[in-house]
Design a protein around this ligand. Structure first.
Ligand code: PLP
Length: 388
């Protein structure tokens, strides 16, 4: 088969491949602890499920408007005014099946050959994949272990050129677990404002899972909302990965273009999921807080456990549900560590190199698993590393 050349530039996300390998080992009777997949292990809160069922029973089983049903766009705008402190309205909002399409569409709409896009590295692999797919040049913003996986902002300033059209931020960050401070956001906002035609895509999908301080949206800084596309969704905050629902909040002039990409690809997000999402935003937030609380205890357990293993160094995650320890002292490459942790220790984790060139020397452990399983995984990894 002769594939279009653009397919040579499209990357992937390896979490699903490791999951498949782990499942194959389980089918052979091997016990595996799953720390590879980035999804909350909790079920969607009851009142949200009930709103979804009610919508189905009410006949919400048809196509809806491409940018989302008006009630949900309104609820997202209201929620964002309250939670992010930004001045926005439904005309800024596009709802998509999961937040990933926002990433896809925004990069397709803004990036092209000759344009540079700055993105976090180690970072969510789809950013680099999509930048390359668009033909633009990916420019990595290195997150530095010694800085708790924060970027060097002088280095960032030196990377912004006349060709830079988009800077991608992800705070709290996957895979590093770091979260930008208010001061860092402000410095980045000031850099962005020095240029015309430079935008920020702020991936805030982990904003509700933050252990240190408050979430700050770069869109809330003066004159930034017209330069920012916020990406968020329901997968992580409300444990709704399978409902496939996310959204972007963006300058209104971008909305028709993102909507055009959506109409060309997915038509709309599932209508009943959108009604469930209204219940998620407008209903009680106790479950969101309870999940964040539980993640906080797991973070303690996994960080302390990994730090107690000779040869592993684990900076403290500030948000999301990932630990990103350095495994350099073990003498293994990241992918060797990934493979052998699975086959010899029965622990499924991801190689840091799956998150970009600066991820070599690290591995990602998702602590979206029970405290009991996390403790088990740490002990198995201790024996494995001790045996090297
Ligand atoms: N952004 C980041 C950083 C993520 O880790 C993920 C999912 O893993 C997403 C966006 C996409 O989430 P979804 O498409 O499920 O809303």
């Amino acid at each position: 088969m002769t594939l279009a050349d653009r397919m040579n530039h499209l990357g992937t996300e390896t979490a699903f491949e490791v999951l498949a390998k782990a499942r194959a080992l389980e089918a052979q009777g091997k016990e595996i602890v799953h720390l590879e997949i980035g999804e909350p292990d909790f079920d969607t809160p009851r009142h949200i499920v009930e709103a979804g069922i009610q919508a189905l029973q009410d006949g919400q089983t048809h196509y809806g408007p491409t940018p989302g049903i008006p009630q949900l766009r309104e609820a997202i705008a209201r929620n964002s005014r309250e939670v992010r402190g930004i001045d926005t309205d439904p005309a800024h909002v596009v709802v998509t099946p999961g937040a990933k399409p926002i990433m896809f569409y925004v990069i397709l709409a803004l990036a092209e050959p000759g344009v540079e896009v700055i993105y976090p590295n180690p970072g969510f692999p789809i950013y680099e994949s999509m930048i390359r797919f668009s033909g633009a040049t990916p420019v990595p913003m290195r997150l530095i272990e010694e800085k708790g996986y924060h970027p060097d902002l002088d280095d960032l300033a030196s990377k912004i050129t006349g060709k830079t059209r988009l800077i991608i931020l992800n705070s709290p960050e996957n895979p590093c677990g770091s979260a930008l401070t208010r001061e860092e956001m402000e410095t980045i906002a000031n850099l962005v404002k020095q240029r015309d035609d430079l935008y920020v895509m702020a991936d805030e999908i982990y904003k509700d899972i933050l252990y240190t301080g408050e979430h700050h949206s770069i869109a809330a800084f003066p004159d930034m909302s017209r330069r920012t596309i916020i990406l968020d969704g329901f997968s992580k905050s409300y444990a709704m990965t399978g409902w496939r629902l996310g959204y972007g909040i963006m300058p209104p002039e971008l909305v028709p273009h993102i909507t055009r990409l959506a109409v060309n690809s997915v038509s709309c997000a599932a209508t009943f999921s959108q009604f469930a999402a209204i219940a998620a935003l407008d209903g009680p937030q106790d479950d969101v807080q309870a999940m964040a609380q539980e993640f906080s205890q797991r973070r303690r357990l996994i960080t302390d456990g990994l730090r107690s293993i000779d040869g592993i160094n684990c900076p403290e995650p500030e948000g999301a549900f990932y630990a990103f320890p350095s495994i350099r002292e073990t003498g293994l490459s990241s992918s060797e560590f990934e493979e052998r942790a699975l086959s010899e220790a029965g622990v499924a984790i991801l190689s840091g190199s799956a998150f970009g060139e600066y991820g070599e020397g690290y591995v990602r452990l998702s602590y979206a698993n029970s405290q009991e399983n996390i403790a088990k995984a740490v002990e198995s990894l201790r024996k494995f590393v001790g045996s090297l």
